[in-house]
Design a protein around this ligand. Structure first.
Ligand code: GDP
Length: 606
């Protein structure tokens, strides 16, 4: 399985870098891809751009042709560029093997009119996490007020045509966006002004509508890839291949769409892929690529191959792929390979997610469309700042059986009877069951929106629990009666007090330990500076009205049952402490918790 150094050929045998497009929704990811494909649509792909499975291949000749104005032809060494067709985080997270990314270089698209948006930041975190090189396409420059269109021109040339007003707006927005990147801990600069390439990430202004800056983007992608990763891009025979999609195709059954990053695949090869129920070992029945003629492609006819070489997007038809999982590695079993060893290797990614399951067995249920996305989601949940435990997971749409599994938590820990569904469909019957049974489903296509929703839900639950237990929660306090502040001795008692320690709240039962623990009633209301308040803190002077707990109880009286020197304290009990601990832990300071301990001793609570 190991890469054999001797199999590495000379530097000239580079494979095509694999490129993903990421960014927030509506920034123009799809349009950008269309735009770099476009020049050749009329000529029926004469420029050599080929539609592959899940990817578009741009041969170097094509790139050279389109970047001629930038006068950089001599520097292109890779055979071409393989751009993944489905933009977004899902493709990116799926392109990985053994924890490292198979995406060589990414384009992070940012809308110049909007700057950094939630999914930009999420994409950025994914890229940082996988250490992936990327270029920022600052898209939609044509939307700058008064932009003069210069179709498909290099950006410097296009900029020269613009008025000062346009240039000023551009610079203002660019500076703002560079600042936003800095806030994310990242240095960025316009690529033609970037003196520290590598340290500082490149920004290429583009328009996916009129094509300005597209030559720059293409050239920079190729140059940057071959400059920074010649080793990684050197073709090796060892098969490196990842499953991007599992698809049912009429006449073929379940097929897998893969990106072959390195090595060769042959018809008849024995392969192993990761399945929900364990490793799937099968034989390649057909190696397929789309028909080169556009008209035939629509009908879904494929070209069969005996052998295919990296890098490219391929459809594989084989038996038993029904339970294959997207976002996992594909392995070929060679004549000298130990199949068991490979089967274990193929399950590694799945095992990594499994190992993140909370050992306590308590946690939310997580679901994502592919193993790649699931890994990204669980990585996020595990991070110290987030720290949400999960107890189980699944891949694909949320079905009834997932709700049933999540509902196990209803008896254990209600707030965990929750499904965090990342970018997956919820089947109607699953939703119905969830509503009936009390399982909450949160859906989002941005990972940290799931976190936000879940957190809001938890906070809300806490507030509700607090409301329920408010009657029984007793906050700790010690009060001292102030001289000349006995306004009413009984029915009701009205006193001016000093909050010597702790927090005083309306409703708090008041007790006098020095007088044989007599209870004198509850705080009915209180005032600070003639204003009604619910809460008073240590150091505040408060007028309190105390009413007896029940009408039958004999009303206690100042001067008879207690005197000015007697300390008044809140009457805590075992139960009130438990409620504080369960629902109000964060509402009390360390000092106030210490007071609870002190009162506990006074009341001899074990
Ligand atoms: P995606 O969600 O990131 O794939 O965004 P799309 O490619 O679907 O683009 C979203 C919208 O922005 C569409 O209406 C596009 O026509 C528009 N759009 C994309 N790129 C540009 C651009 O460079 N300039 C202008 N003016 N509009 C653009």
């Amino acid at each position: 399985l190991k890469a054999d150094a001797s199999k590495k050929s000379s530097g000239s045998d580079l494979r095509s870098p694999i490129c993903c497009i990421l960014g927030h929704v509506d920034t123009g990811k799809t349009k950008l891809l269309d735009c770099i494909r476009r020049t050749n649509v009329q000529e029926g792909e004469a420029g050599g751009i080929t539609q592959q499975i899940g990817a578009t291949y741009f041969p170097t000749e094509n790139i050279r042709e389109r970047t001629r104005e930038l006068k950089a032809d001599a520097t292109l060494k890779v055979p071409g560029l393989l751009v993944i067709d489905t933009p977004g985080h899902e493709s990116f997270t799926n392109l990985r093997s053994r924890g490292s990314s198979l995406c060589d270089i990414a384009v992070l698209v940012v809308d110049i009119m909007h700057g950094l948006e939630p999914q930009t930041i999420e994409s950025l975190n994914l890229l940082k996490g996988r250490n992936t090189e990327f270029i920022v396409a600052l898209n939609k420059v044509d939307r700058l007020y008064g932009w003069k269109s210069c179709p498909n021109a290099p950006i410097i040339k296009a900029m020269k045509q613009q008025t000062n007003d346009v240039k000023n707006e551009f610079n203002m927005r660019l500076t703002q966006i560079i600042t936003e990147f800095k806030e994310q801990g990242l240095n960025t600069a316009l690529y033609y002004k970037n003196k520290e390439m590598g340290e500082t990430f490149n920004i290429v202004p583009t328009s996916a509508i009129s094509g300005e800056g597209i030559p720059d983007l293409l050239l920079l992608l190729v140059q940057w890839a071959q400059k920074t990763m010649e080793d990684k891009l050197t073709y090796v025979d060892e098969v490196q291949c990842t499953v991007l999609e599992v698809k049912v195709i009429e006449g073929l059954g379940t097929t897998i769409d893969v990106v072959l990053v390195n090595g060769l695949l042959h018809e008849g090869d024995q392969i192993v892929v990761c399945g929900m129920q364990g490793p799937i070992m099968t034989t390649i029945r057909a190696l397929l690529t789309p028909h080169p003629m556009k008209e035939l492609r629509v009908k879904g006819t494929y070209v069969h191959h005996k052998e295919l070489k990296a890098a490219q997007g391929v459809k594989i038809s084989a038996q038993g792929l029904e339970h294959a999982i997207a976002g996992t590695a594909l392995y070929v079993v060679g004549p000298n390979d130990d199949a068991e060893h490979i089967k274990a290797a193929v399950m590694q990614d799945m095992n990594r997610v499994m190992s993140r399951i909370d050992k306590s067995g308590e946690g939310v249920y997580v679901q994502a469309s592919t193993l790649g996305s699931l890994e990204a989601l669980t990585e996020f949940l595990k991070s110290p700042a987030v720290n949400i435990p999960f107890s189980d997971f699944n891949i694909g749409p949320v079905h009834k059986k997932d709700v049933v599994k999540a509902s196990v938590m209803l008896d254990k820990k209600k707030e965990y009877a929750t499904i965090l569904a990342f970018d997956v469909k919820i089947m109607p019957d699953a939703r119905e069951l969830a509503n009936e049974s009390g399982v909450r489903i949160f859906e989002a296509d941005i990972i940290y929106h799931l976190f936000d929703q879940f957190k809001a839900y938890i906070d809300n639950l806490r507030e509700e629990k607090k409301k329920e237990s408010a009657e029984e929660a007793v906050f700790p306090c010690v009060l001292k009666i102030m001289p000349n502040c006995v306004f009413n001795k009984k029915d009701p008692i009205i006193l001016g007090v000093d909050v010597a320690e702790g927090i005083l709240k309306v409703g708090t039962p008041i007790c006098i330990p020095s007088r044989d623990y007599i209870d004198i009633g509850r705080i009915a209301s209180m005032e600070v500076n003639h204003k009604q308040v619910d809460t008073a803190k240590k150091g505040e002077k408060v007028a309190i009205k105390i009413v007896s707990n029940s009408s039958e109880e004999q009303q206690k009286m100042y001067g008879r049952h207690f005197e000015i020197d007697d300390e008044l304290v809140s009457h805590i009990t075992r139960r009130s402490i438990d409620i504080l601990k369960a629902d109000y832990r964060d509402d009390l300071s360390t000092e106030e918790w210490r007071l609870v301990v002190k009162l506990k001793q006074i009341f001899k609570i074990l």
